[in-house]
Design a protein around this ligand. Structure first.
Ligand code: F0G
Length: 449
């Protein structure tokens, strides 16, 4: 059979609420044209994020009932630790309430003011946590990443020559770690090749610089290596590939809200005993005792099961195919997307689609607003509103929650996007009228021009 189906059936459903165009117009006005500020009940299809929005399996819900809520030494922690160690091989596994808590602890312990932390592309919370520490976050993507239309299979790769140059100019001592984000979320959800991971490992080892993964979407990255990188299709399962990825690194941060199908949670890993001790001290101060780290025992159980399920080849085949389905159906009708489709989201190149709107009028945010106004779909801007002058592109991300929407939901989105594309010349830009100091896109307010 050629049809790739959702490899699950639905046992429990949540109703979706339809709104009228007039209601949505009012809601947009009230939210200052920022979709983060709209109530979820007023959204029909929510593609704001794939983070914490997964549908959990019956096995995860069952495991949650086994949650051991002991303050110290919970059984759930040891099951969680075994699952993380079995996958990553890291010695120290530190639970946190989500990914950015792991980032804050890592950068607080490893960075000093004036330091430089290179990555393929830092995610917004990663960048903000580095900058909050007084250090500098530097993105070093490969040249192919600059062209959204390039079909290069691994546009998440880090530019190794540029990293070598940075180490030479900054000096090894100013670079406390190198980070690779798999997959490269801010760079269009593009995967990192094993060859690139190996090259970064080799270079960092040579200079004695620790190498970390921001591993949020490790399983999707592993599957894209499986299908796109020479030599990985026949002999390696997604699990083999994921294990190999982790074993190249010295540690990782992880948000379990992505590739662990959990609604909350994360962890920080390292092989360095001295660092782990400092990290655990900080964890106790702000997150909790090291055997729960700000999570309930039942959350640790859900993560442990999710980490197993996400590497199921049938799931990953469906996941990657359904994302590509959305991408191909709009791109083949003339909507420019970041090519080729990655794992968790489709990114519309709004800078290209709405070429009549200049960057400082936030073309991708204008498109997000229009897609909500037209069809009740929520998406997210990844461009100048999010990254200011650091933005490489003006992207609109349509992130697909895991195991949540069916093909007809996606068909509805395709239809809506193609309709908006028909009248795109009429879409106007926005002016930002309120801007908070950090991570401004979450609470900024706009005015239509
Ligand atoms: N790193 C990456 C690559 C991410 O995509 C995220 C979150 C984080 C770190 C932080 O994890 O949310 O658990 O604190 N990304 C979400 C998104 C919010 O919508 O892409 P967190």
């Amino acid at each position: 059979m050629r049809t790739i189906i959702e490899p699950f059936r639905i046992k429990s459903v949540e109703p979706l609420r339809k709104t009228t165009r007039e209601e949505r117009e009012r809601l947009l006005e009230r939210a200052g044209f920022n979709l983060f500020l709209i109530h979820a009940a007023d959204i029909l299809i929510d593609l704001l994020t794939d983070s914490g929005t997964s549908a959990m399996s019956t096995a995860q819900w069952a495991a949650m009932m086994l949650g051991d809520e002991s303050y110290a030494g919970s059984e759930s922690f040891y099951r969680f630790q075994a699952a993380v160690r079995g996958l990553t091989g890291f010695r120290h596994v530190i639970p946190t309430h989500q990914g950015r808590a792991a980032e804050r602890i890592l950068f607080t312990v490893m960075c000093r003011p004036g330091d430089v932390v290179p990555s393929n592309t830092h995610f917004d919370t990663t960048r903000a946590n580095i900058e909050f520490r007084g250090a500098r976050a530097v993105d070093l993507p490969v040249d192919e990443a600059a062209d959204t239309q390039s079909q290069h299979p691994f546009k998440g790769d880090l530019n190794v020559a540029a990293l070598e140059e940075l180490i030479r100019t900054e000096g090894r001592d100013r670079i406390p770690l190198v980070m690779l984000t798999v997959t490269d979320n801010s760079g269009g959800g593009q995967p990192v090749s094993m060859a690139n991971l190996e090259a970064v490992r080799e270079l960092t080892l040579r200079h004695g610089i620790p190498f970390y993964l921001d591993a949020c979407r490790f399983a999707e990255n592993a599957y894209l290596i499986h299908t796109r990188e020479h030599g990985y299709r026949n002999y390696f399962t997604p699990r083999d590939i994921a294990q190999k990825m982790f074993r190249l690194a010295d540690g990782c941060t992880f948000s379990a809200k992505k590739d662990a199908f959990a609604n909350i949670g994360g962890f920080l890993c390292t092989n360095d005993d001295r660092l782990a001790e400092q990290e655990k001290n900080l964890l106790i101060l702000t997150e909790g005792f090291p055997t729960y780290g700000g999570l309930a025992g039942r959350d640790l159980e859900a993560i442990a099961v999710g980490l197993e399920e996400v590497l199921d080849p049938d799931y990953l085949e469906y996941r990657i195919a359904s994302t590509a389905y959305l991408g191909r159906h709009i791109a083949d009708q003339g909507v420019p997307i970041v090519e080729p489709p990655g794992g968790h989201a489709i990114y519309i190149d709004a800078g290209r689609m709405l070429a009549h709107i200049p960057r400082h009028q936030f073309p991708a945010q204008a498109l997000a607003v229009e897609l909500y106004r037209h069809a009740g779909i929520r998406s997210v801007e990844i461009g100048t509103a999010m990254f200011g002058d650091n933005a490489r592109h003006e992207l609109l991300r349509l992130a697909i929650p895991r195991r949540v929407y069916t093909q007809s939901h996606i068909d509805y989105c395709v239809e809506a996007i193609l309709e908006v594309n028909e009248y795109k010349a009429r879409i106007r830009g926005l002016e930002m009228v309120y801007e908070p100091q950090f991570l401004r896109h979450f609470s900024a307010r706009y005015r239509p021009l």
